[in-house]
Ligand binder design. Structure first.
Ligand SMILES: O=C(O)c1cc(=O)[nH]c(=O)n1[C@@H]1O[C@H](COP(=O)(O)O)[C@@H](O)[C@H]1O
Length: 229
């Protein structure tokens, strides 16, 4: 079940396939997000699935329940393995997301984003006016996601332990915010190494720039697999 997911944040499919040429005999799980999906559309997902790549479609749906349900039904037809929405949309919205997938018999794991890993405690309080501590809001959102019938949450590895303590070991902690020692954090605030993510109990780590901007992506990927699995 544990896996390293590569966040494929590229401008277009040419850049993606150039990157994938570093992995001639591997089919890593790929996260396709807004940047690629908005430029290439559903055809890219269909192509990658037919080539054998497991896909996490990361479009972070967040809208009224009816809209999310219908959108999820359309996305569910793409036969992706994992898909997400924002827990901030509320329990009814998450239930609608689940229903949208069920309506098209999708088997995708449905995951709720809790608090983005680019947000820290200060922004939470001062910009978003959320007075509760970060961990408390994350556990609360995770419990809401569980009530709605979702499979897990996106959070930072720093919260994987409290997610499992509050929602059970089988409730998935999918964790971006991964950096190698001494690497720059870019726009991420809540980060750990793959080794610490493993210790803290993450189920999947999501890794973008550490792999995609490396001179030897396959080497970094294999090292992360070895450390994390
Ligand atoms: O849902 C996500 O995947 C996500 C949630 C979150 O809280 N933080 C986060 O970084 N992500 C995604 O995880 C990836 C992290 O990329 P890097 O920071 O380059 O490793 C990006 O594609 C983000 O869109």
């Amino acid at each position: 079940m544990k896996n390293v997911i590569i966040a494929c944040d590229f401008e277009n499919k040419q850049e993606l396939y150039t990157f994938l040429s570093h992995f001639p005999s591997y089919k890593p799980m790929l996260k396709i997000g807004m940047e690629l999906f908005y430029s290439e559309g559903p055809d890219l997902i269909i192509a990658l699935k037919s080539e054998g790549y497991p896909i996490f479609l990361d479009l972070k749906l967040h809208d009224i329940p009816n809209t999310v349900q219908k959108a999820m039904s359309n996305l569910g037809k793409l036969d992706v393995d994992m898909i997400n929405c924002h827990a901030a949309g509320g329990i009814k919205m998450m239930q609608a997301a689940k229903k949208g997938l069920n309506d098209v018999h999708s088997k995708a794991l449905l995951i709720a984003v809790t608090q983005l890993t680019s947000i820290d405690e200060t922004e939470l309080r001062q910009e978003l006016l959320i007075e509760k501590p970060m961990n408390e809001t994350i556990v609360h959102y995770a419990k809401n996601a569980k009530i709605a019938g979702l499979d897990g949450v996106v959070c930072s590895p720093l919260e994987s332990k409290i997610i499992h303590e509050s929602c059970g070991e089988n409730f998935l902690a999918i964790t971006p915010g991964i950096r190698l020692e001494e690497e720059q954090q870019h726009d991420q605030k809540r980060v750990t190494t793959p080794a610490l993510a493993k210790t803290l109990g993450s189920d999947y780590i999501v890794v973008g720039r550490s792999i995609t901007q490396s001179k030897d992506p396959l080497k970094v990927y294999l090292k992360m697999m070895e450390t994390f699995l």
